[in-house]
Design a protein. Structure first.
Length: 279
């Protein structure tokens, strides 16, 4: 065994040899790299100096494109196929908008068809509660043919007017009729006569035009009883029904071709108690 101060014995190890080799390569490469860098810098300085000393600047040469099938063609104006308008188009002005607050125009009204004239009656100028007054009011509200009537009951007076088939008189009370008031509308004229109980026909045949009162009998306090009557109209047809004291209604009967109809009885012991009329 050798002493501590002496060199190590034996061959050097492989890792040490490899490390020594790498260090040598690095030491040799560094001077070469420094030299190459300096040389490149010097060359660039020389080129700049030469360019600076020249009188002209280097410029890029223009790119030449061969003229031929692939050369871009210069645009040439083409004639327009559209014919020029001989006159300028008129300027169409749009109507000014109508404000929302403006009232809308009303559509024109269609003319109304002419209607067949209907005979109208003026307001009644006759005494109220008469047959003429009632028939005028009825015709004014419901145009057409009508008949109204009232009767004078002995010891009671005039009843309210009745029209178009309603009953005038007091049924079952034993009170005879002494007068009949009749008026028509749209029948031109009503005609009639009365048959007096026990006395028969005592007055002439009489009549009244549309809307005018016809009186058969008498409304006096001492007037005789009526037991029958005749009635007819000039336009249309009149029908009657009657009730005698102590008897039932006789049944509806209408105007004969002669232009009148009789109602009631000619027997002296019988008298009228109620009547009904239609036209």
């Amino acid at each position: 065994m050798a002493g501590a101060d002496g060199p190590p014995s034996g061959n050097p190890r492989k890792p040490l040899l490899a490390a020594a080799g790498i260090a040598g390569v690095v030491l040799l490469a560094v001077p070469l790299l420094i030299w190459a860098t300096d040389d490149s810098r010097q060359k660039k300085k020389d080129d700049v100096a030469v360019a600076a000393g020249s009188d002209t600047l280097l410029e890029e040469e223009p790119l030449e494109v061969p003229k031929g099938d692939y050369a871009p063609a210069e645009p040439t104006p083409q004639p327009s196929k559209q014919k020029p308008s001989p006159k300028p188009s008129p300027v169409v002005e749009k109507p000014a908008p109508v404000p929302s607050s403006a009232p809308a125009s009303k559509p024109a009204e269609e003319p109304k068809k002419a209607e067949a004239p209907v005979k109208a009656y003026a307001p009644p100028k006759v005494p109220a509660n008469t047959a003429a007054y009632a028939v005028q009011r009825l015709a004014a509200s419901n145009a057409g043919r009508h008949i109204c009537y009232r009767v004078h009951v002995k010891g009671v007076g005039w009843t309210a007017p009745a029209c178009d088939g309603a009953t005038a008189g007091q049924e079952g009370k034993g009170r005879p009729i002494t007068a009949i008031n009749i008026a028509v509308a749209d029948a031109k004229r009503v005609n009639g006569n009365e048959f007096i109980q026990k006395d028969g026909w005592t007055t002439a045949w009489s009549g009244a035009s549309d809307g005018v009162d016809l009186l058969l009998g008498s409304a006096a306090s001492n007037a005789p009883n009526l037991s029958g009557f005749t009635i007819g109209v000039e336009s249309g047809n009149v029908c009657q029904n009657h009730k005698l004291g102590g008897h039932n209604w006789g049944g509806l009967a209408c105007e004969k071709p002669a232009g009148w109809i009789f109602g009631g009885s000619t027997e002296p012991q019988l008298w009228l108690e109620a009547v009904r009329f239609n036209v």
